[in-house]
Design a protein around this ligand. Structure first.
Ligand code: ATP
Ligand code: MG
Length: 646
């Protein structure tokens, strides 16, 4: 691996003021892990019945807070109303056309409770109750959050299917979990365009031959004219006359280990996996990490700009912030619509103090230029977050400078659908930050970096990131697939969870995430991280995004192919290609120089916004492309193909 990690760059010590007031305390790191999680579970979660065992660990299956009874919706909604917080805003709802829209509105915790109760009463009429699974296929509208909570209230497990997926994906996932009811909306409204949502669902379910779905509940978003069949009912009609009084629909007491939801991974590396999450441990994990990583206070305004279709939306839009009783922004739209300033308008209007988003979104803003952020007062921002991919140091610096006012610490949070919540992250007021890596285990988390033989590696040795002890929000298996669960995560090492990501420790004991294990290229026997090469490319002012793959080379074993998209309306020239090679040589070494540079308008991305590296690898090798169904825009690969072949 190259010698120059991001560890060689600038560091940012914690603000002493923040160190004094931060919720997280340094001594938490030294606590026994069961003690730590036990105290968090007692502090942050309301239990109907106390648990008797903190942890029952029978590798690879963990049970947390065994014997305890609780309800996720009670924790997220009801108890805040009971505690006199009913008038506090739970959600600032920002519609697709932005914060100035006439449809922008606030939902208080008391109103949220009313909406959830009515929705749940409606679902009950359709036979939904404890243990009856429900599918949710929606966009980022408040009813999506309400639907999740209504299911949780009734003890009905949900599976949310990302609203941008096809009807086929809906059918596969709903049939897998045997959902009886599907909740969707008439049409999607994103970036000013409407798209079929309910009709997509119909096509998927009908095309699947048979389906377990008996009823479709349709939320009116656009009011568009859509076909309604016998199995369909509008939410408005379903809840007409239903009570919104909490007592009319009490929260179902659930076992700590009862299924809360099933969620599929985003499919960056292959066929999505159906990840099982249960109630008590998951809620404890998301509430604790949300509170301590983002340092939430009573008056925080928190905005996670992810989608509820991903785990980030489950843990850090719906469950974490609501369990913590925090005011959040819920945004329906996409970056760049109705204009490139809309994000910063939202921050300004609502005084957002915590913003949590992905490197891919930040790179879009960077590409458009900082003038849009500069046109707004972002001084309310206290903490920034990043998730989903490693964040290039250059992008990190931009984020801090132009969004964080040169002072807000950035929480670069490493975690997975499988882990349920953040596991590796800087901590506010404690960690000296290094742009480009997640750095430190969260309290109660026990990582290690090992080689393929299982040896624990030392400083600057890249290996496999593993976790040697259980944590509360960890997956409780892959749905109905014990074998794949064991094979994927527990067979590489007999005693540890294999995350599938590469990492190394630097000389200060910080963990540097190096991307996925297969994102490593081998040039003349030197193992180079594609992420580091990409970060070097992005340092060049003309480069918006870069992705690196390898092709076979008779001399060097592998040769590096760089896919690059440019800022503004720049075009790729031979001169620029040379400049980029030089840039990489300078920051990493000559060995890491790309043999080929392919310029493109955009890079192929999954719907979760991640660059689809598997496909670039195939492209670089001139191989068949395989499954491209999770790509946002399959046409971007055609242009690349031409350049490679030409
Ligand atoms: P699939 O497992 O189906 O291939 P996926 O891994 O993209 O899809 P997610 O669970 O959404 O699905 O993403 C988790 C992965 O994202 C991590 O394993 C890691 O590779 C990457 N990741 C997330 N956050 C970070 C981060 N802060 N730094 C580095 N990598 C990150
Ligand atoms: Mg994964």
């Amino acid at each position: 691996m190259s010698e120059q990690g991001s560890s060689q760059g600038k560091t940012y010590p914690p603000d002493p003021e923040l160190s004094k007031t931060a919720n997280v305390r340094p001594e938490m790191k030294d606590q026994d892990l069961e003690e730590f999680w036990d105290s968090q579970a007692k502090e942050r979660i309301s239990w109907f019945e106390p648990y008797d065992t903190v942890l029952d660990w029978q590798l690879p299956y963990a049970k947390w807070f065994v014997g305890g009874k609780l309800n996720a919706c009670y924790n997220a909604v009801d108890r805040h109303v009971e505690n006199g917080q009913g008038d506090k805003v739970a959600l600032h709802v920002v519609p697709d056309d932005g914060p100035d829209s006439a449809d922008a509105h606030d939902i208080t915790f008391a109103q949220l409770q009313e909406q959830v109760v009515r929705f749940a009463n409606g679902l009950k009429k359709l036979g939904v109750g404890k243990g009856v699974p429900v599918g949710i296929y929606m966009q980022m509208i408040p009813e999506a959050v309400v639907a999740m909570l209504a299911c949780a209230r009734l003890g009905a497990p949900h599976t949310v299917v990302f609203g941008g997926f096809s009807g086929k994906a809906v059918a596969e996932r709903c049939n897998d979990l045997e959902c009886k009811v599907l909740i969707t909306q008439d049409e999607a409204l994103r970036g000013g365009k409407t798209a079929a949502q309910k009709t997509n669902a119909d096509e998927g379910l009908d095309g699947a031959g048979s389906t377990t779905v008996e009823k479709i509940v349709v939320v009116k978003r656009t009011g568009g004219d859509i076909p309604m069949n016998d199995r369909d009912v509008y939410l408005d009609d379903l809840v007409d006359g239903e009570s919104s009084d909490a007592e009319s629909c009490p929260c179902e007491p659930m076992e700590s280990e009862d299924l809360l939801f099933l969620l599929y991974t985003s499919g960056s590396t292959g066929k999505p996996k159906g990840v099982v999450h249960t109630t008590g441990g998951y809620l404890t994990g998301v509430a604790t990490t949300h509170n301590l990583v983002f340092d939430v206070k009573d008056d925080s305004v928190y905005w996670c700009a992810a989608d509820i279709g991903w785990i980030t939306g489950h843990s850090y839009i719906t469950y974490g912030p609501l369990v913590n009783g925090v005011t959040s922004v819920l945004y329906e739209g996409v970056p760049g619509y109705p204009n490139k300033e809309v994000w910063w308008k939202i921050v300004e209007k609502y005084n957002v103090s915590i913003l949590y988003t992905s490197p891919t979104a930040i790179r879009s803003h960077m590409k458009w230029g900082e003038q849009h952020a500069q046109a707004h007062d972002l001084s309310s921002i206290k903490i920034l977050g990043s998730v989903g991919e490693p964040i290039n140091p250059e992008v990190w610096e931009w984020y801090r400078k132009h969004v964080g006012g040169d002072k807000a610490p950035i929480m670069d949070t490493w975690w997975q659908t499988e882990t349920g919540h953040i596991l590796i992250t800087p901590l506010p007021g404690i960690t000296t930050m290094k742009p480009g890596s997640a750095q430190q285990p969260f309290p109660g988390v026990r990582p290690e970096i090992r080689d393929d033989e299982g040896n624990v590696l030392g400083v600057e040795q890249t290996g496999n990131l593993v976790l040697t002890a259980p944590w509360p929000g960890m997956m409780r298996g892959l749905y109905k697939d014990d074998q794949r669960f064991r094979d994927t995560y527990w067979s590489k090492y007999s005693d540890a969870y294999f995350a599938g990501d590469g990492a190394k420790y630097d000389e200060d004991g910080d963990i540097m995430l190096m991307g996925r294990l297969d994102d490593v290229v081998n040039v003349s026997g030197h193992r180079l991280s594609t992420f580091e090469i990409e970060s070097a490319l992005v340092e060049h002012g003309d480069v918006a995004e870069a992705a690196v793959a390898a092709r076979k080379d008779p001399d060097t074993g592998q040769a590096i192919v760089a896919f690059v998209s440019l800022t503004g309306d720049k075009t790729g020239t031979e001169e620029l290609e040379q400049a980029l090679r030089e840039q990489v040589a300078q920051s990493i070494g000559k060995l890491a120089r790309p043999a080929t540079v392919i310029f493109a308008n955009d890079l192929p991305k999954t719907r979760s916004g991640k660059i689809m590296r598997r496909l670039l690898k195939n492209l670089a090798e001139g191989e068949e492309l395989g499954d491209t169904s999770t790509l946002v825009d399959p046409s971007v690969v055609d242009e690349m193909k031409k350049q490679i072949q030409g």
